[in-house]
Design a protein around this ligand. Structure first.
Ligand code: WTA
Length: 649
């Protein structure tokens, strides 16, 4: 096992590996190749019928008059219809006989387990809805949530949706000022938090942070506090109320409010390349239909599955694939509060064994962290309940993919990589398990209704194997509707970069089979003779060479090519780097256009103390500029002088 820092993007290099689902899985797959092909074709050729059919599986309180109203860049889906997503996730499932089925199985970091059936969850959500109404929250308001991974997080989200208030979940790891910024931007009058959340045995002081944030959030009227840790934080009279008091005392009679299909469901703040975080706004009907369909098909959901997504509800994955998508489908969702290494690196596998998890959806970073600890942790547990594995958040490198497939999935479980974004609301690219084989490192094929393409910045569509910008050519139901309070930014960032298409901000490539390989944000992509190349991609090729230990690639302005490739490499212990062999190797791995124009062989790369390579300085050195910027965060600033003095080869 290597520990190269750029391992995680060597994804693109090994697409020749093709891994089909096992015969057993394929034989019973929800979506076969024929079904996928037919459904995808209909979703593109006749989207209105396709989406109306999917939406028709859910309950609406008033019908739509039009499936899509598209006034670029503003979309309205299921125009004029009324519905309620919490009603669809709870009341509807209770009505169809799932009342006694478990909706949420929660495990605290301390090992406490709590279970809610669909009926019990519905009751809690009704009470929470009444409690929020009692605090003056009205339809159209925003409520900020700053909670640990406890059932009350899901209950709060659903309670907001039930009364037509938009939730804005702020990840519990965010700071005080991030929290107050988001409360203010959303103009929330109510904040729901907890005294704390357990993380590696410690109680993260959420209420103390909320108190500090409230100092700078003058519009905040109430803080509702869940007692998670029994830590008795100070409560400000008139402002702060305990969840168990207000929800405990609330009536359990509540009828979900019928809201317009385009009624705001939530705001979720996410970082852009510039400026302050954007409040991505999602609305009700389209998001509901998108998360409902993708959860069922991508995860091949069955009635008896125990589905576990390890994300935090503070991120979009938690919204779409812990709360809304699975509950809309009547699934049993496992929710875990804490860290993957508490008490040790076997925790995930202990949870899988103990609860009989059948579907696991996690992130490459978690997989790599666990992988590094060796096989002995997973090998201690019985993982035979698992039948499907998912990955999300960043490109998954083939090495981690294969480990996940082999050690966790026992070569029995398909691994579905899923590319999507906060903005897209639901999964956009994936390889449906059983329909098509997986290619480790490649996100796969477009989901239903996703009209993806690879384009140049000028809007020219590129063919197979050309790297370019990943765009979506038409609206899809779960897409963001705007940036909250800044529609101009929405128009510019998403539909204004490339004319008439949604610009994802990612570089990608499509192969001859139509599989998309996402190379990462375009900030890290070079443009060499009009071809876009992931710097990580080249780095991965370089470190795959036996003579190379570490590599960092940056672009350098070039009169002819626009940009050319400069590679900084450190030799593997005891080896000499042969530049010609290395160039040939990169040509072989990626293509001649990725061959480094200059290679700088060095004993070390400039890294922060946490091990992050500072490419900023490498770009300056590559361009022959003097080094500018704060070098004090570097582990060894002298590295820069040595690199600058080294002749490229
Ligand atoms: C990256 C997370 C490659 C990508 C759901 C995207 C991925 C950004 C993948 C969105 C994947 C996410 N393969 N890259 N399977 N999934 N990304 O908004 O760069 O937190 O633009 O949404 O993560 O991150 P976000």
């Amino acid at each position: 096992m290597t520990t190269h820092p750029s391992d995680h993007i060597d994804a693109m290099l090994h697409e020749s590996r093709v891994i089909p689902a096992s015969d057993t899985f394929a034989a019973q797959a929800r979506v076969t190749r024929e079904t996928y092909d037919a459904m995808y074709r209909q979703s593109i050729d006749d989207p209105d019928t396709f989406w109306a059919d999917v939406a028709g599986e859910l309950d609406w309180m008033a019908p739509w008059t039009q499936v899509l109203d598209w006034q670029e860049p503003h979309a309205k889906w299921f125009v004029g219809a009324q519905t309620n997503i919490a009603y669809n996730a709870l009341d509807r499932n209770v009505a169809r006989g799932l009342g006694t089925k478990r909706a949420i199985v929660w495990e605290g970091e301390d090992g406490e387990v709590r279970t809610y059936t669909y009926s019990e969850l519905l009751t809690e959500v009704k009470k929470a809805a009444n409690a929020l109404l009692g605090l003056g929250v009205q339809a159209g308001d925003r409520v900020t949530l700053y909670l640990p991974m406890i059932p009350e997080a899901a209950i709060s989200m659903l309670a907001c949706a039930r009364i037509g208030a938009a939730h804005s979940v702020v990840f519990g790891g965010f700071s005080v000022s991030a929290l107050s910024d988001r409360i203010n931007d959303a103009q929330s009058k109510v904040l729901i938090t907890a005294d704390g959340g357990l993380r590696r045995g410690n109680l993260v002081p959420l209420k103390a942070n909320a108190d500090a944030a409230a100092q700078n959030a003058p519009g905040l009227e109430h803080i509702v506090v869940v007692n998670r840790g029994g830590s008795n934080p100070p409560m400000q009279a008139g402002r702060d109320v305990w969840w168990h008091d207000v929800v405990g005392a609330a009536s359990d009679a509540h009828e979900a409010l019928a809201v317009d299909s385009e009624h705001p469901l939530f705001i979720l703040y996410t970082s852009g390349s510039t400026g302050k975080p954007k409040g991505v706004l999602h609305t009700t009907g389209g998001y509901m239909v998108g998360t409902y369909l993708t959860t069922r098909t991508v995860f091949d959901l069955r009635d008896d599955d125990l589905y576990w997504c390890t994300a935090d509800v503070g991120w979009v994955t938690g919204h779409s694939y812990i709360v809304y998508g699975p509950l809309l489908n009547g699934a049993t969702v496992l929710m875990y509060e804490g860290a993957p290494n508490q008490p040790d690196w076997g925790r995930f596998w202990d949870i899988v064994q103990k609860h009989g998890v059948t579907i696991l959806y996690t992130a490459p970073t978690a997989i790599r962290a666990i992988m590094r600890q060796g096989d002995e942790y997973p090998n201690r547990y019985d993982l035979s309940s698992l039948r499907l594995l998912g990955s999300v958040g960043e490109p998954i490198n083939p090495e981690a993919w294969m480990w996940y497939y082999r050690v966790i999935g026992g070569e029995r479980c398909p691994v579905v990589d899923t590319w999507w974004q906060t903005e897209t609301g639901s999964i956009m690219l994936t390889t449906l398990p059983g329909a098509y084989p997986s290619k480790p490192g490649s996100a796969g094929l477009p989901m239903f209704g996703v009209d993806a393409a690879i384009m140049t910045r000028e809007g020219e569509e590129l063919g197979p194997d050309d790297g370019g910008l990943l765009v979506i050519k038409r609206p899809w139901p779960s897409m963001l509707r705007t940036v909250y309070g800044d529609d101009a930014r929405y128009q510019k960032a998403y539909w204004g970069e490339i004319p008439h298409v949604y610009f994802a901000g990612d570089g990608a490539r499509r192969d001859g089979d139509g599989y998309y390989t996402v190379m990462g944000r375009v900030d890290d992509v070079l443009n060499v003779s009009g071809h876009r190349l992931g710097t990580m991609e080249i780095e991965s090729a370089l470190v795959a060479h036996p003579s190379v230990s570490e590599a960092a690639v940056v672009g350098k302005p070039d009169d002819v090519k626009g940009e050319c490739v400069v590679a900084f490499v450190t030799p593997q212990g005891g080896q000499t780097v042969d530049p010609a062999a290395l160039r040939a190797h990169v040509s072989k791995e990626i293509g001649a256009l990725a061959r480094p124009d200059a290679i700088i062989i060095a004993d070390a790369l400039p890294k922060t103390r946490s091990g992050k390579i500072m490419r900023r300085f490498l770009r300056q050195i590559a361009a022959g500029r003097t080094i500018e910027g704060d070098t004090s965060t570097l582990e060894d600033p002298a590295v820069l002088e040595r690199l600058a003095a080294t002749e490229p080869v």
